[in-house]
Design a protein around this ligand. Structure first.
Ligand code: SF4
Ligand code: SF4
Length: 423
């Protein structure tokens, strides 16, 4: 299906005033930290600006970097897609997120070759899995591999990647490595990225340690499954990730940069095409939801086609919901809520006697089922420290019924493991 081209965000004073009035009436602003004060001007600029391009650059904490509010994720970027990267750059995107393991290094190589003559105009990041036993020499080798592929002598931010155990943040080798890499000018800033069951605990540890400059966290409207019911009443996050707003605010108060990902809650975009009316698309609505939180600096999203870049940038510059956003997000939840494992939730994991990291396993399922990228799913599954092989011999499936949103993990896990590991 051809994806929808950019359409001018539908926002007029009447609809915006309505949303804002309802927000204010409920006290929602205070709990969310929604930044609405200068919205009228920004939206005014946004709707007058075509074709799509980045309309807002955001200071990334106290790093001194200024990055595009909607930025380039490369987890599915392949060799030969240099034009896609250059298109993103030409439309104003200046922050390119990558990782040493993305597409077996092809993502970094493609970014490197596409932006080689633009290094001073872009913020390049990479990530690696630093485990509790990884040595600083191994970390340095991984970093140097990334630098080579990115064709640069430094990355602006180097993340400890997909952290889900605090033990990974306690490895003194990481800090020795960071000191050395910074001293050699190979890394400017460091960060922690995460999107699984222990996200809150890990982020709290990283922030409190004072050793990190930036956090990259999964964050989307679906982390509160019934957010729409409360939208005009009490906007709390009692659901699967109640601590994330607090954590984002804490990071912000300490001058850290805050970037979010997994903002599309599975990105089942084509499911939503029939319901997108009046200019707003689902992805734009979902982006506006996270960007309306003043404790979020920017978001990254995997960009796989020029059409998608155009569509995504339609939400750049916005800092509040537009008319039509909430019904769209609500519709998405109605269609997908009962089948989508929430990022950062682990309510089911205590029921598993084998310690299967269910939320991490189901993240890889999302890549296959929602993104349609089976290869990515298999690759990410292989990287998990513990997989779901125990499910093959788990007849009693004590995890059954443990998921508050009704995911039947007892039925999903064993077939999923077989699918992701078959040769
Ligand atoms: S099926 Fe059994 S082993 Fe697998 S996650 Fe559920 S309880 Fe754990
Ligand atoms: S399966 Fe349900 S309980 Fe388990 S991590 Fe996912 S959303 Fe949370």
């Amino acid at each position: 299906m051809k994806l929808r081209q950019y359409e001018r965000p539908e926002s007029n004073c009447t609809s915006y005033t309505f949303d804002r009035r309802e927000f204010l009436k409920t006290g929602a602003l205070a709990s969310l930290g929604v930044g609405l004060l200068s919205v009228a001007g920004e939206v005014g600029a946004a709707i007058n600006s075509t074709p799509p391009r980045v309309r807002r650059y955001v200071p990334l904490g106290s790093t001194g970097l200024k990055i595009s509010d909607i930025s380039f994720g490369s987890s599915r970027l392949r060799s030969g897609q240099e034009d896609l990267v250059r298109r993103a750059f030409d439309l104003g995107i200046n922050y390119f997120d990558s990782a040493s393991d993305y597409t077996d290094g092809e993502a970094e190589s493609t970014i490197g070759s596409a932006l080689r003559d633009k290094r001073d105009k872009v913020v390049l990041t990479s990530k690696m899995f630093a485990y509790p036993t990884t040595t600083q020499q191994e970390m340095m080798l991984t970093l140097e591999g990334s630098l080579k592929r990115l064709q640069t002598d430094h990355v602006d931010i180097f993340f400890n990647h997909a952290v889900n155990e605090v033990e990974r943040l306690k490895n003194p080798e990481w800090y020795a490595f960071v000191d050395k890499a910074k001293g050699q000018g190979k890394v400017k800033f460091t960060g922690m990225s995460g999107h699984a069951g222990n996200l809150g605990e890990c982020l709290d540890y990283a922030i409190d340690s004072g050793h990190y400059d930036v956090i990259l966290a999964a964050h989307n409207f679906g982390q509160d499954p019934s957010f729409f019911k409360r939208f005009f009443r009490d906007y709390d996050f009692i659901a699967v990730q109640p601590q994330l707003p607090r954590i984002l605010a804490k990071a912000k108060s300490k001058g850290m940069g805050t970037v979010v990902m997994k903002t599309l809650m599975g990105a089942r975009l084509n499911d939503m095409r029939p319901y997108e009316k009046g200019g707003a698309t689902f992805s734009q609505a979902a982006f506006r939801w996270v960007l309306s939180n003043s404790n979020v600096d920017a978001l990254i999203v995997t960009m796989t086609s020029p059409d998608l870049i155009d569509e995504y940038l339609g939400a750049s510059g916005w800092r509040t919901a537009a008319a039509g956003d909430i019904p769209l997000l609500r519709r998405y939840l109605a269609l997908n809520s009962a089948s989508h494992c929430r990022n950062g939730c682990k309510a089911c994991e205590e029921s598993c006697p084998s310690g299967v990291p269910i939320s991490q396993v189901l993240r890889t399922r999302m890549y296959a089922r929602d993104y349609g990228d089976f290869e990515l799913a298999r690759r990410e599954y292989k990287l998990l420290p513990v997989d779901a092989s125990a499910c093959l011999s788990c007849a009693a499936t004590p995890c059954k019924g443990a998921c508050p949103i009704g995911l039947e993990t007892g039925e999903i896990m064993a077939p999923l493991h077989r699918k992701l590991t078959e040769v």
